[in-house]
Design a protein around this ligand. Structure first.
Ligand SMILES: *[C@@H]1O[C@H](CO)[C@@H](O)[C@H](O)[C@H]1NC(C)=O
Ligand SMILES: *[C@@H]1O[C@H](CO)[C@@H](O)[C@H](O)[C@H]1NC(C)=O
Length: 399
């Protein structure tokens, strides 16, 4: 009896803990958000628990989720959908069925998921790509990339870049009937990170003759150096991304060694030799006043040189696009950045907007006052559907 009661007690505490979702006031559809967040969190915590017991790696959660959230490439009334590969990288291609009137626009989309889970075939990403192809009468290429924990940086970056470079071959664009002057790269979250990184890389690639028209960065992760920005301080527990998971994703991008995660969580991972890089992510000078709101700036604490020696990726500009200097940023295409108020990654996006603006890049910020991280792929939410429309409208006018 005592044992059963004890188990029941643990279960009740677990359910109470994973359903507890703190929300700011005045949020639209709170119950739907709580329900979705609870589903996600309960599954994630179960996997964390199983990991603690040594049964699985946390990221196998991915494979589990994917197994019933992925959809096969099925064409509908308006869009032909097909899986193929671009230089061995799997991609899903969306081609509008209506007859083209002229050359079409091309959108290269990179999905989010912390460099570790999700895929271009996930039902919500599939819906977003269909919507984009249909509304814009554009060819959408949704790429995949190999993910953590099996693969670490720079594999995710390189897979994405390989697929993008293939796509940008003049003959490939021509074969899809795409206007080479109207190609854009977009991505959300970890995909926004990869989008920003590949757009920078293209500028230095002598093989690439095509100039992108746009980059669209939807609540992107853009730097690893300071994980104690005002947005991390204000939003550590909001849906659909807590600080705990974001730090885990960042560290897992570079290694499965949990000592990096521990150092990152206490913001003590950057060695003194690299402290000159802090100027690129200094929120005290890069955030607009209203987001500083009484926070006091202090430079992150000094980390051990060992970590940076073992995992130099976290100081690499291909992982942290905010580390690029102005002369490089200057060459970037017109940029659209979406940030959400209740998101740990909010300030990454805001700082990039400031830096791009300072470098003379044409940049538009769309800040969602009641937004949470992850909503663009949650088309079940009004706010998600609205945001997807906003993003597509921006592309409609600017790509
Ligand atoms: C196809 O396009 C028509 C006309 O724009 C629209 O009414 C319909 O909902 C679309 N079908 C799908 C499956 O998106
Ligand atoms: C950050 O910016 C503030 C104010 O602009 C400045 O006082 C401080 O020295 C800077 N710190 C670093 C590490 O760049």
């Amino acid at each position: 009896m005592g044992k059963k009661f004890f188990c029941l007690l643990i279960l009740v505490i677990f359910i109470a803990y994973s359903t507890h979702t703190p929300l700011p006031d005045g949020i639209e559809e709170p119950w739907k958000i709580i329900l979705l967040n609870t589903l996600l969190r309960t599954t994630a915590y179960l996997f964390l628990l199983a990991e603690m017991l040594g049964l699985v790696h946390f990221a196998e959660f991915t494979i589990f989720l994917s197994s019933f959230l992925n959809v096969s490439p099925v064409s509908d009334d308006n869009v032909t959908v097909k899986d193929t590969t671009f230089n061995n990288v799997p991609v899903r291609v969306y081609v509008p069925k209506r007859k083209p009137e002229s050359l079409r626009r091309g959108v290269f989309y990179i999905h989010g998921g912390g460099w570790c889970f999700a895929s271009n075939a996930m039902i919500n990403y599939d819906r977003l790509s269909r919507m984009t192809a249909d509304r814009l009468d554009a060819i959408v290429i949704a790429t995949n990339y190999r993910s953590a924990p099996k693969f670490h940086f720079p594999v995710q970056f390189e897979d994405t870049y390989t697929a993008l470079k293939w796509f940008l071959h003049p003959q490939i664009l021509e074969s899809y009937g795409i206007d080479p002057e109207r190609v854009g790269v977009s991505g959300d979250s970890a995909g926004g990170n990869l989008a920003a990184a590949v757009c920078q890389q293209l500028l230095e690639d002598p093989d690439i003759k095509i100039k992108l028209k746009t980059q669209s960065l939807i609540y992107p992760a853009l730097q690893t150096l300071d994980l104690d920005l005002p947005s991390y301080r204000e939003n550590p527990y909001y849906p659909f991304l807590s600080k705990l998971f974001m730090v885990r994703f960042w560290s897992e991008y570079f290694t499965t060694d949990r000592s990096l995660e521990k150092a990152m969580f206490s913001n003590q991972h950057v060695p003194v030799e690299s402290s000159h890089l802090f100027k690129f992510v200094n929120w005290s000078s890069l955030l607009p006043e209203r987001f500083k709101k009484g926070h006091v700036y202090s430079s992150p604490r000094q980390g051990s040189p060992e970590l940076a020696k073992k995992y130099p990726g976290f100081l690499d500009v291909r992982a942290a696009p905010l580390l690029a200097d102005d002369s490089k940023l200057r060459g970037l295409p017109q940029t659209y950045v979406i940030t959400c108020q209740y998101d740990v990654l909010r300030d990454d996006g805001l700082m990039y907007v400031t830096r791009l603006g300072n470098a003379g890049v044409q940049v538009i910020l769309d800040h969602i006052e009641d937004g949470f991280h992850g909503i663009i792929s949650l088309l079940q939410l009004n706010s998600g559907y609205k945001l997807a429309n906003q993003y597509i409208s921006w592309l409609h006018e600017n790509l």
